[in-house]
Design a protein around this ligand. Structure first.
Ligand code: NAD
Length: 517
């Protein structure tokens, strides 16, 4: 099979009038489809239910983007059964044939790029560039894993020779998994978690976040159009509490691929560890959870570059990225100068409805909105408000001003807990050494960045800045598939390193076979 080498899909910066007009056209087209109802998909069959989930536009919550059927535990049983039935034939497909279906799906995604981006603008409030970057990342995961899977065929080629025997080892898929995704990168994360598992022969039941059921219905249609056999992926919108937890605890679930919050991840880890009646395996659990990511700036840094990067990493997509900069840790001698630049740049940001392509749009839902505002209340007791600090006045949607609190203690709640909104805690430290200690003083360990021009400090941070994804003199968001494998340390999760060369091995087990000659 001849496939071109992997290349990251470019995303659009919308810096031309024609790109903007193109997007506005797509937004209009998508808007005309508002209010439709999308079914569950079990074994390739579309299943409607009486109860529905409603998805609204966070820029204007009175607008209904669409509805989906809402799964019950009976549907979850049926989906797992369908996935096990499909596994029997899917695991026997040649690797080339399985990869080919993924490449076809990626090609369809690429053709429908603008429309998919427009759904993200409306359903979760991304501006145009963020929506484009997410669709590009989804295509990247699909293309990259299709190629990586071919690498694993045949297993290890270098076993030790043992006289009188012929030995071999090869990989086999695990069985049926459950993929559960959060709302902030619905297309990229659900697609990545799902394609990674199925491309090597597993089958899955997919439970999307409640806020993103329309965007993902579009993607599951694409898998069907690409020729994925019925039952290989089963689309099961439902609530996390009812359907997510039921799937996790189910004895027929072989593995769980989860991205979401620490609180939910901890529950899943505990539930999956218990043996249910009739269960024949220990479940594998993959967890990619929250962060409290830091940018550390020392006195040798270029402060203009650091300020620009801090703004981009803190406020891109309203700070609703697991990798977002939520702690800005600055050495005392440049603290005031840096914060002055950061605050000035923050004041230039435009916050409005996502369809108008502002610097950033709303937070995703009412729960997030209330949560971020409650952290602003806490901020007033723990730091000094430098800018922002309230909801955008007279806005229909969940719009919050970019907010920075200064002189926050490293152990304050706003310096320790994940806020997941346009919210930064700035922390003053004596010197680089104290800064590095503060960086590592959280339960998380996802991303981080150091701005410094001191070579020995960069090398120390390379070893001691304890995060899964570390950046020097650039922002701490925007990891690229295949370029920066992504995953965190400590309570950020099991460090699966999505988009990395070893990711697919997690969904395989090795069989070793010996024959006496
Ligand atoms: P969440 O944990 O509330 O929900 C995630 C998913 O889990 C949803 O589909 C939800 O329905 C489901 N769920 C809820 N309770 C469940 C239960 N008891 N059993 C099984 N499933 C259940 O997270 P969220 O608010 O959707 O997403 C934001 C979080 O995700 C943030 O903490 C963010 O840092 C994290 N995140 C991490 C990464 C990463 O790669 N580390 C990437 C994106 C988001």
């Amino acid at each position: 099979m001849l496939i071109a080498p992997f290349r990251n899909e470019p995303f659009d910066l919308f810096d031309t009038e024609s790109a903007k007009a193109d997007m506005q056209q797509a937004l209009k087209k998508v808007r005309a489809e508002f209010g439709k109802t999308y079914p569950l998909v079990i074994n390739g069959e579309r299943v409607q239910t009486e109860a529905t989930l409603v998805s609204t536009n966070p820029s204007n919550p009175d607008e209904i983007v669409g509805y989906t059927a809402k799964a019950t535990t009976r549907h979850a049983d049926a989906a797992l059964e369908a996935a096990w039935a499909a596994f029997e034939s899917w695991k026997r497909w040649s690797q080339e044939d399985r990869s080919r279906v993924m490449l076809k799906a990626a090609a369809i995604m690429r053709r429908r790029k603008r429309e998919l981006e427009a759904w993200l603008v409306y359903e979760i409030g991304k501006n145009y560039v963020e929506a484009s970057a997410e669709v590009a990342e989804m295509i990247d995961f699909t293309e990259y894993y299709a190629r990586q899977a071919i690498r694993h065929v045949g297993g290890l080629g270098s076993l030790i020779d043992y006289s009188g025997e012929e030995n071999e080892s090869f990989y086999v898929p695990l069985g049926v998994g459950v993929t559960i995704s959060p709302w902030n990168f619905p297309m990229a994360l659900m697609t990545g978690m799902t394609v990674g598992a199925i491309v090597v022969g597993n089958t899955v039941v997919c439970k999307p976040a409640e806020d993103t059921v329309v965007s993902l219905a579009k993607i599951f249609d694409i898998f069907a159009e690409a020729g994925l056999p019925p039952g290989v992926v089963n689309y099961l919108p439902g609530t996390g509490r009812e359907i997510g937890s039921y799937l996790v605890a189910h004895p027929k679930t072989r593995f769980i691929n989860f991205t979401g919050s620490l609180a939910t991840g901890a529950q899943i880890n505990e539930s999956a560890a218990k043996l249910a009646e009739g269960q024949k395996w220990f479940k594998r659990v993959f967890l990619e959870l929250g962060g409290k990511d830091a940018i550390l700036v020392d006195e040798t840094a270029n402060l203009d570059d650091a300020a620009t990067a801090a703004i981009q990493a803190a406020f891109g997509y309203s700070g609703q990225k697991c990798s977002a900069c939520s702690r800005l840790i600055v050495v005392d001698s440049v603290y005031d100068a840096l914060l002055e630049k950061v605050v000035a740049k923050t004041k230039e940001l435009v916050v409005s409805e996502a369809k108008d392509n502002p610097s950033f749009g709303p937070v995703c839902n009412e729960l997030q909105y209330k949560k971020v505002l409650s952290y602003i209340d806490i901020g007033h007791t723990e730091g000094k408000l430098l800018t922002g600090g309230k909801a955008v006045e007279n806005a229909a949607g969940y719009l919050i001003e970019p907010t920075i609190f200064g002189d926050v203690s490293p152990r304050a709640r706003i310096a320790q807990e994940e806020v997941f909104g346009p919210f930064v805690a700035a922390i003053r430290v004596k010197d680089f050494d104290e800064g590095l200690a503060v960086v590592n003083d959280t339960v998380y360990g996802l991303t981080g960045a150091l701005f410094s021009n001191d070579r020995s400090r960069i090398e120390r941070a390379r070893r001691d800045f304890h995060v899964g994804n570390l950046y020097f003199n650039r922002k701490c968001t925007g990891a690229l598939v295949g370029v920066q494998p992504f995953g965190g340390f400590n309570l950020t999760g099991t460090d699966t390193k999505t988009g990395g060369p070893d990711y697919l091995l997690q969904f395989l087990q090795m069989k070793a076979v010996a024959e006496r000659l």
